[in-house]
Design a protein around this ligand. Structure first.
Ligand SMILES: Cc1ncc(COP(=O)(O)O)c(C=O)c1O
Length: 285
């Protein structure tokens, strides 16, 4: 039985109830996080909470929860859901109003919700064992505020479904200029001649915590060069390696895009080196 958290209380997920007038339900008016945890140890707790607090300030939701308050919620969810490999989902919506009106209402209490779900073992940094992801690609037709981790995910859902319904694991996205943005639920990278490149942070992509941690680790390690720059889809097509990253996948090697092999079609050596560095350092954030 999954135990959830709702507005100050831990309770069985099936018993958690919100109003149909909740603006998260009516408008997707809220933000969320997913924090991975392994055996009760969270990965990237502080940057995840920082991003959530920044998201709340972007959309003017005021909630007086500190990092320690969020930590207590995460620890409660891990404890009550048997530890193991868990994704901790945290969600804040603007709350329930008594009418449906677009403007932000005053004096409504935000809804705070969390639950935990099982996630896969993290990838082993070994090329011979790694699963190569097969992805589709399509033009990024989401909104122009992709840096906000909004619960209004229909654009992402439709892009993910595009790949899923044609047998792909993810969908890579590019803008109208033919430049790589990210994937429907992951950040994206290419590797060419040993150099890792990833699109710069702007309104077109989510500032992924896995991306943040990976770039920090690679910068400190110094063995792999990293660039944050605009990447064209022509460069993606001729890359030696392509990766996607997210909290639950960590760094995932892409071996096929729209049915065409990436590089030699095998999981690459730079991925292996980068995932090794990530695996060794991920609990330090
Ligand atoms: C659109 C999008 N980009 C990137 C990411 C990766 O972010 P993170 O590394 O923080 O999980 C996600 C994760 O859900 C996402 O939805």
């Amino acid at each position: 039985m999954t135990i959830a958290y709702l507005n100050g209380e831990f309770l069985p997920l099936q018993e958690a109830r919100i109003s149909p007038m909740d603006r998260g339900f009516l408008f997707g008016d809220g933000i969320y996080e997913v924090i991975p945890s392994y055996d009760g140890k969270l990965v990237g707790f502080a940057p995840h909470i920082d991003r959530m607090q920044q998201g709340m300030s972007f959309i003017h939701i005021e909630l007086g929860l500190s990092h320690d308050d969020w930590l207590a919620i995460c620890e409660g969810l891990m404890e009550q859901n048997g530890k193991g490999n868990l994704g901790i989902y945290l969600h804040v919506s603007r709350g329930a109003d008594d009418k449906r009106f677009h403007a932000y209402p005053e004096d409504v209490e935000p809804t705070v919700f969390g639950f935990a779900f099982e996630i896969a073992e993290p990838p082993v940094a070994d090329r011979s064992l790694a699963k190569g992801y097969k992805v589709a690609s399509t033009e990024d037709l989401r909104w122009q505020r992709c840096h906000i981790k909004s619960t209004a995910l229909l654009g992402n859902v439709m892009h993910f479904q595009h790949g899923h319904s044609s047998g792909h694991n993810e969908t890579l996205l590019y803008n109208a200029r033919g430049e790589l943005t990210e994937a429907s639920a992951c950040n994206a990278y290419i590797v060419k001649d040993g150099v890792v490149s990833t699109p710069p942070l702007d309104n077109q992509i989510l500032p992924g915590i896995t991306r943040l941690m990976l770039l920090d680790m690679l910068g400190k390690d110094g063995s792999i060069e990293v660039q944050e720059r605009i990447i064209t889809m022509d460069e993606v097509a001729s890359a030696d390696e392509v990766w996607i990253s997210s909290s639950s996948k960590e760094i995932a090697p892409v071996t096929e895009i729209d049915g065409k092999p990436v590089g030699n079609g095998q999981v690459g050596p730079v991925w292996e080196a980068a995932q090794k560095i990530y695996s060794a350092n991920k609990f330090n954030y």
